[in-house]
Design a protein around this ligand. Structure first.
Ligand code: FPP
Ligand code: MG
Length: 297
């Protein structure tokens, strides 16, 4: 299955989306796609089938988001914690990812036609090299697309992301590019893996688990959170419609909260701007040489 599914909306769902589009629609939605294995158990199919259905659901959900005019989606595809699962399952998830990335590259015209930019966020040093190379290629060929953004959090955890940001900041203080007085929330935000994105407006977690599992912890302070009991492979367009409806009900409170916190947002000065510019250049070079990053076992 492709990364962008065919439109599967019923006329009633299309109508509901049209109605909701007259109100505030989130610009950026983050999703914790949970419940693949429980779905597989329930449906009495192999675990791999649950994960494959999970990928298909991602493609379908991304298409519904485009219908809604939600132009940025960030999904939790594989956490650093997931490396602790059985070798069989990790290998199966890596194989699935490899297949899907290859598919993306084979269908690059489709990504270009829809103008979708794919970004992988996470600690790539933990990812097998063959997959890393495919990820880099997917990001490279789509990097100028700007009609929609699909961020795939892979080998990701918030604590790792924040640790990495702190390391970059400490290094630049040591190098004398900035001083400790320059370090504030805004600067840390700009050093996260998500530096290219605005914070999500809505976070959806499926499967009935009511926790964040170390996903976008820094970025979701002012995000509307929607938990649903449905297992990810069973998520349907109505679930997305309810989530957006829930977001619209929370909207005014959230805007007020965000406005109140805007007072604390600092501006970058020339020194910090220079540091950020240097950091992003370094990351670009690292990304271009992604196949040579030593893998941490
Ligand atoms: C959570 O369900 C799901 C995952 C750990 C994997 C999610 C991956 C995909 C949907 C495929 C995406 C692939 C790409 C290339 C983007 P679970 O395994 O934790 O199931 P459980 O909660 O029922 O145990
Ligand atoms: Mg789970």
């Amino acid at each position: 299955m492709s990364w962008i599914a065919k439109n599967s909306l019923s006329w009633l769902q299309t109508l509901a989306i049209k109605v909701l589009k007259t109100g505030h629609v989130p610009k950026h939605v983050a999703i914790i796609m949970d419940g693949n294995r429980r779905y597989a158990n329930k449906a009495k199919v192999e675990q791999v089938e649950g994960h494959t259905k999970g990928f298909e659901k991602l493609a379908e959900t991304f298409q519904w988001c485009l219908e809604f005019g939600i132009l940025e989606v960030t999904v939790y595809a594989f956490s650093i914690e997931n490396f602790k699962r059985s070798k069989k399952e990790v290998d199966c998830l890596m194989n699935l990812t490899k297949q899907k990335l290859q598919r993306l590259l084979d269908e690059r015209e489709k990504m270009m036609e829809y103008g979708v930019c794919v970004r992988v966020i996470g600690n790539l040093s933990l990812v097998p090299q063959d997959i890393r190379i495919l990820m880099a290629e997917a990001m490279r060929i789509t990097k100028h697309n700007n009609r929609a953004f699909l961020n795939v959090a892979f080998s990701y955890s918030s604590r790792d992301e924040i640790t990495n940001a702190v390391r970059d900041v400490i290094r630049s203080v040591k190098d004398g590019d900035i001083t400790t007085d320059d370090v504030d929330e805004n600067l840390i935000s700009k050093c996260l893996y998500t530096y290219k994105s605005e914070d999500p407006d809505l976070l959806i977690r499926t499967s009935g688990e009511v926790r964040f599992s170390d996903f976008l912890m820094w970025q979701t302070s002012y995000t509307c959170i929607y938990f649903t009991k449905v297992f990810w492979p069973e998520f349907n367009a109505w679930d997305l419609i309810y989530a957006v409806f829930y977001y619209q009900r929370c909207y005014s409170d959230m805007v007020k909260m965000k406005d109140d916190c805007q007072d604390n947002v600092s501006m970058l000065n020339n020194k910090t701007k220079k540091f950020i510019y240097k950091l992003y250049k370094e990351r670009e070079i690292l990304f271009e040489n992604v196949s040579t990053i030593p893998m941490i076992e």
